[in-house]
Every structure is written in C-alpha cells, then in structure tokens.
Design a protein around this ligand. Structure first.
Ligand code: GDP
Ligand code: MG
Length: 751
C-alpha cells in the first residue's frame, strides 16, 4: 500500500488534513505537542487505499525534543513513498525553512500550501506554479479546514510517488557549495544511503548523525573547518541556517504577493489587544472560565433565589424531570440536561426493579443497587461533562486557548515553568493521559518532569462528578462556586508545587517559549461535534466496562461477609472491615471519622484506579448505608450518606481535595511511567502526588476546623521558605550539597 507522510511545522494544519483525509477524529490543537506520536489512517477515495501518517510538527530535521525525533526518524528510516510537506501559507517564508531540509532527502515530495482560505481572505496571492518550478516538486493549494483541494492533492501525491526524485539542497548554490559537494562525494564513496542529506547534517554537527556515523564525522572535520565567515565564525549550523534563509528570501519569497493592508492591524490583532493585554488578559480568562462553569453547573443560574429571594417552584407538577432540580432557582443548561438524564435513568431503574420483583433478593439487589446504581450515577454527569468539554473546545478551536498559554507564560516563568508547559497542563482538563504524553514537547528534562507532576492537578473530566455530586449534596445553592473552586485549587496547588520543586529538587533554567498565535476563526461545528462524540463515547464505554465491573465487586464486598453469607447490614460486610482497618491513615484528613468515615476512605482508595469510581462507590455504599437510616426516603444515596455520616464541611472539602490531588488513575500512572521511565522520576511522581494530596487535605481540614492552626502552619511555611531561600543563596549548606552542586555545574555545561 502506498505510504504517505504528512510533515510540516507545528500548527500548519497536518492533523486537520489527516482527519479530513482519513475521516478520523484525531485531536486538533493550536499548539505543539498535540500530536506527539505518529498516527496512521487510510485514505479510501483513491483507486487503491493510501496509508496516511500524521507526524508531530517540526521546525527542522535536526531534532531537539523527543517528539521531533519521531518525525525525523520516520521520514528517514521508514522511507514513505511520498512526503507531503504542508506549509502554513500565511507564514510562507518561515515554513519553507523546513522544506529546504525535506528536499535534501531523496524521497518524492509534494508541497501543500494550506490555509489558502485565510490567504484569500486577506487578499494575498501565491504563485504556486512558480514555486513548483523553483523547487522542482509539485505544489498544490489546499484548505484543510474547509476540505478544499485535498483530493486533488492526493492525486498529485500518487503521481509523484511513482517517480524517483533526486535530492536537492539550496546549499548546493552559494558559498557553502564546495564543502557540501566534497562531503557528499565522501559519503558516496562510503556507500552511505541518501548521501546529500547525511553530508549536510554531519557538517552541521547534528548530534544524532554524528553518533550514527562517527568515522565519517571525523573525516568531515577538515572540510568543516575550512568554512567560515565573519558573522558566524565556523559554526556550521548557523552558517547553513543563514544560507537557507537567504535563499528563501532571495529566490522564493517573490512567489507571494501581499495585498496592500489598508489598516495595519488585522481583526485578530485588534481582538488580541484586549484579550492578551497585560492588565485584562487574566481577569478575562478567569471570568470566561467562571461563565463556563456557571453555564454548566449552576442550580440557580440567574441568581433569582440567591440575590432576590425569588423562588421558582413546582416544576414537577407540569414537567416530571423538574423534580430532580433543586427548588428555588432557574437552573443552568447543564443542570437542566442532567435532570432530564437522571429522570430517564431513574425511570429505567424503576422499570428494572418492578421487572425483578419476583426474582431472588440478591439478584435484584445486584442489578438495582449494584450495577445500575453505580453505572447510572457515573452516567448522570455526562451532560455536564459534554457541555464543559464543548465550551473548552470552542475556546480552543477559535484560537483563544493559544493566547491563554501566551498570557500564562508571563506568570509561569516566575514559577519556573514556561507557557509551553501550560499547554499540556491545559489538556489535563480533558484527560491526564494525553496531557502527560504531550509534555514530550518540552526540551528540558526537569521542566518536562515537573509538568507531568502538575498535570493531574488540572482537574480532568472524570474528577468533575466528584465535586458536582458532593456540592449538590452538601453545598446546595453554591454548587457552581464549589466546583469552580476545586478547579482553581488544583491550579493554585500546581503553581505552588512548581515553585517548591523549582527551588529544591528541580533547579535549572526554563526554555524560551515561542509559539504561533493562529488567527482567530470560528470553530467548525463538524469538528467540534466529532470530538464531543468521541469524548462522550469514551465516557460511556468506561462506565459500561470498568465501572460496571468494579461496582459488581463493590456490591459483593459490601453485601457479603467473610464467610460469603449475605449480610443484613453493611456493618457486617467485608468492605466495612477493610475500610475500617485502613481508616486510621486518613484520620488527620477529617473524613475518616465517625461511624461511616470508612465509606469515604474506601471511595478515595477506589478512586486511585479511576476517578469515576469515587461517585459510583459513594452511590453503591450510600444505598447500603441508606437502608440503615430511617428518613432517607426522598434523598439520593449520596445525600443520605453525607447526612447520616455527619461529616463536617472542612472534611468534605478535604475529601474532594484528596481526590483532586492524589494519584490520578491507573491509565495516567501508566502514561507517566512511559514518559518518565521506571526510575526515580516516576517513583518521585507517585510520592509527590500521594504526599501532597495528604498534606494539602490535612491543611484544609485542620485550618477549616480550628482556625488558629493557620498561624502554626503559616509559621512553619515561613520557616521552610526561609530555609530554602538561604539554601539557594548558598548561605547554609547541606552535607550532600557539594556533590549535587558539582553535578549541576556539569549539567549546565552540557546544555
Ligand atoms: P498541526 O499542529 O499541524 O497538526 O495543526 P492542526 O491540524 O492542529 O491545526 C492548527 C490550527 O490551524 C487549528 O486551529 C486548525 O483549525 C487551523 N487550520 C488548519 N487548517 C486550516 C485551514 O485550511 N484554514 C484555516 N483558516 N485554519 C486552519
Ligand atoms: Mg497535529
């Protein structure tokens, strides 16, 4: 099958094109790091299917970060039949830099000028035929976003794949030409594959290349030394970069004709003046996030009840799902949708219960109180998750989130992270697994490690039901504020955590942050819904598989005793014993106290497997506990649980904080292990998550319960800060410090 590789700079539209060609639903984002692995799909509209590979974005074929290595190795080692080099045509000259390197390989190449819709909107013109003539490869114009020209592109690519192409380098003209030619000849006599490409990379002193061809590198040293100029001395890498850019401006730039701009600022620039302003940038972001949470979670959407005491009641008399809404306010769209879904699932549960009326007691208990209750409790958050995700996708697709990264860079820099790490972190709001993988774009190991440590604290969609369910049960009327607050708590902890690590174990510099700010554009409804559907599907599948399976286990251990007899009261069950056995560990966090404290302990522990488990655990155990309580008729299982356990508000918040900060879930731990290796970095991550969850929850509980403890903790924090500051200034020395300092000095030299 024909193998076609999509290569280009980050953000030039590779993934958009890949999705359009293969009908797949890969994540399209506005920043580097979204595609960190290559991804394959099939294009079926040609005579025979074509294998299309989407590669991570790269600026050059001399890689610096791990995901750039993926792209380069693919292009060189896998030998695709044709490389489609995608260029962001609104940024032609910069994008052509990579093209000059791709042309140095001996693969057939087709150039696709993407974003032609934007070029045309600006009134600019590009002479594709002329560009094709000058580079000696076909050039086509497309708009991946609007799906224009993509089938023509595939036809051209198919044709190109049939003809071999000789490698070509712009460096074969100009002052470096003799050196390049000599090096190429030398490699040719060695029988090296693709001699021109390797010759140039070896001259550039590319690390990977020198490692792979040490002998040749030595021989080329002579040739290299002969090339010098005044500006760059004998830094061959700088010499070639300069030569490439010169070639582009002198020989290629003239293919584009930019329209006269009447006004200097484009529409995007004008919007950016406000949205990325130093003063307004962050308040606007916070306000926007609050609005999103308000739309998704508020029970009293218009604040009629809160501020004006107007009470809206009696929904249920004319609309049944209304009985699931809190009396008093007009709910937000998210809550409204959720009420409808709960009404549906409750009707289904009732139906199942009446259908099983004659079945043995354990069967109906297993199905109704176990599986259905657990799965439905997780499913009931689907509307809110979908809505939240939709809003975030709109912000992202429109190009706003890229601006947020830019704004955040200014703050993050102070804490030793760059805007580049904010991007994976932001993906964490969706799911920690791809977010942890996206950290691969970070060049410095320490920064990457730290980013992975912080990622789970950008609360993922699976944690949201925990806050929502608990807020609805305990903090009626302030639901949205509590949920919003938990998200903020996660981010604040991430920032403080970064600050702490940066000044202790992860000292070093931060990489500069450069990124494209794409022009704002209206999000495409189709791509929004494709992603939404993908997300919804994953959530439902998880609920129907691992959540359903684990509720069965949970139902069993909460309804049977150690001799496998069904118990009348949960207090005789297996899970009660297990929970009580470990509950003491959690005493300082507040939620393990009391007769039912062990239930929360069990929920927190099952949450380490998957966060959806927390709500399903609370529900299944809540039902069992509710059977003991007398006046539990009207309340949901979780409400009953909180009422009978008599848990205090600080302990409730400590419980939520523990779930927010502790080990995210098995899948995320797996991803972290893949990124960090088995060694200290990974063990450090587990320790970091566990320890900080414990400490932060304890602080919340203790300060919330005994306000005066705040002075003790403040004093401790001040003392610790002072010690760290003194240590960093070298005023105090730890015994091991000498060795470490030497290592760090070495690090700095190497980088
Ligand atoms: P990648 O990093 O190369 O994979 O780029 P993406 O496919 O993630 O796209 C980056 C951004 O460019 C997204 O916001 C896309 O919506 C946008 N984009 C992609 N193709 C086009 C296009 O043809 N026209 C316009 N106006 N925007 C596009
Ligand atoms: Mg991509």
């Amino acid at each position: 099958m024909l193998k076609l590789a999509l290569a280009g700079n980050p953000n030039c539209g590779k993934t958009t094109l890949f999705n359009a060609l293969t009908g797949s639903t890969a994540y399209v984002g506005n920043w580097p790091g979204v595609t960190v692995e290559k991804r394959e799909g099939k294009y079926k509209k040609a005579g025979q299917p074509i294998n299309v590979v989407d590669l991570p974005g790269i600026y050059s074929l001399s890689p610096y970060s791990p995901e750039e290595v993926v792209s380069r190795n693919y292009l060189l080692d896998e030998k695709p039949d044709v490389i489609v080099n995608i260029l962001d045509a609104t940024n032609l000259e910069r994008n052509l830099y990579l093209t000059t390197q791709i042309l140095e390989t001996d693969r057939p190449v087709v150039i696709a000028l993407n974003m032609m819709d934007e070029v045309e909107r600006r009134g600019d013109k590009i002479d594709a035929a002329e560009l094709s003539r000058r580079l000696g490869v076909p050039v086509t114009e497309i708009s991946a976003l609007r799906g224009k020209g993509i089938h023509e592109l595939m036809k051209v690519a198919q044709e190109a794949a049939k003809k071999p192409r000789a490698a070509f380098s712009v460096l074969q003209e100009g002052e470096l030409a003799p050196a390049v030619e000599a090096a190429r000849k030398l490699l040719e006599t060695h029988g090296t594959d693709n001699p021109l490409f390797h010759a140039i990379k070896l001259l550039e002193g590319d690390e990977l290349e020198v490692k792979n061809h040490p002998d040749e590198a030595g021989e080329l040293e002579e040739i290299r030394k002969r090339c010098q100029n005044e500006t760059f001395g004998d830094d061959f890498e700088a010499l070639t970069a300069d030569a490439r850019y010169k070639y582009i401006t002198q020989n290629l730039a003239s293919v584009q004709h930019k329209a006269e701009r009447k006004e200097k600022l484009t529409r995007s620039d004008k919007i950016d003046k406000v949205l990325t302003s130093r003063i307004w940038g962050i308040p606007i972001f916070v306000a926007m996030m609050f609005l999103i949470f308000h739309l998704t979670f508020a029970e009293d959407f218009l604040y009629l009840n809160t501020f004006y005491g107007v009470s809206v009641q009696g929904w249920e008399t004319w609309w049944e799902p209304g009985s699931y809404m809190i009396d008093g306010g007009i709910p937000s769209p998210g809550v409204l949708l959720q009420s409808c879904l709960i009404w549906c699932t409750d009707s289904l549960s009732a139906l199942a219960a009446s259908g099983l009326a004659n079945a043995p007691a354990w069967v109906s208990s297993l199905i109704c109180d176990g599986v259905l209750a657990g799965v439905f409790s997780v499913l009931s958050f689907l509307p809110q998750i979908a809505l939240l995700f939709l809003f975030l996708s709109i912000l992202e697709d429109s190009g706003y989130m890229a601006r947020v990264a830019f704004i955040m860079d200014r703050i993050f820099r102070k804490f030793g992270l760059s805007g580049k790490s904010f991007l994976p972190l932001l993906m964490g709001f969706g799911c920690s697994v791809p977010a942890i993988m996206a950290s691969r774009t970070l060049e410095h190991d320490k920064e990457r490690q730290m980013t992975i440590y912080m990622t789970p604290w950008f609360s993922c969609t699976a944690k949201m039901p925990i806050y929502t369910a608990i807020a609805a049960a305990v903090f009626v009327g302030n639901d949205d504020l509590v949920v919003f607050g938990m998200y903020m708590l996660g981010m604040v902890c991430a920032i403080l955590g970064a600050l702490l690590l940066r000044n202790t174990v992860f000292r070093g510099q931060t990489a500069p942050f450069i990124m494209e700010l794409p022009a704002y554009h209206l999000p495409q409804a189709k791509s929004l819904f494709v992603h939404l559907w993908d997300k919804v599907k994953k959530y439902v599948v998880r609920a129907a598989t691992i959540i359903a399976a684990s509720t069965i286990v949970l139902w069993f251990v909460s309804n049977f005793d150690w001799s496998y007899h069904m118990v009348g009261s949960i207090e005789d069950s297996i899970i009660h014993d297990i929970g009580s056995l470990v509950a003491w560990i959690f005493y300082p966090l507040g939620f393990a106290h009391g007769a039912y404290g062990w239930v929360f302990v069990v929920a927190a522990i099952t949450g380490l497997i998957a966060k959806e488990e927390v709500v399903s655990t609370l529900t299944v155990l809540g039902i069992a506990v509710g059977k003991l309580a007398e006046d539990a008729a009207e309340a949901t299982a979780i409400e009953t649980l909180f009422t009978v356990s008599g848990i205090s508000s600080p302990a409730v918040i400590a419980f939520m904080a523990f779930n927010l900060l502790a080990i995210p879930c098995f899948a995320a731990v797996g991803a972290a292990r893949a990124e960090l290796g088995k060694g200290r970095g990974f063990k450090g991550a587990l320790l970091w998550w566990t320890a900080s969850a414990y400490v932060v929850s304890m602080l919340i509980y203790l300060i919330g319960s005994y306000w005066w403890t705040v002075f003790i903790f403040a004093a401790l924090a001040a003392a610790a800060t002072a010690l760290i500051v003194l240590w960093n200034k070298g005023k105090i020395k730890l015994p091991a410090r000498g060795k470490k300092a030497a290592q760090e000095g070495g690090d700095k030299k190497a980088s």
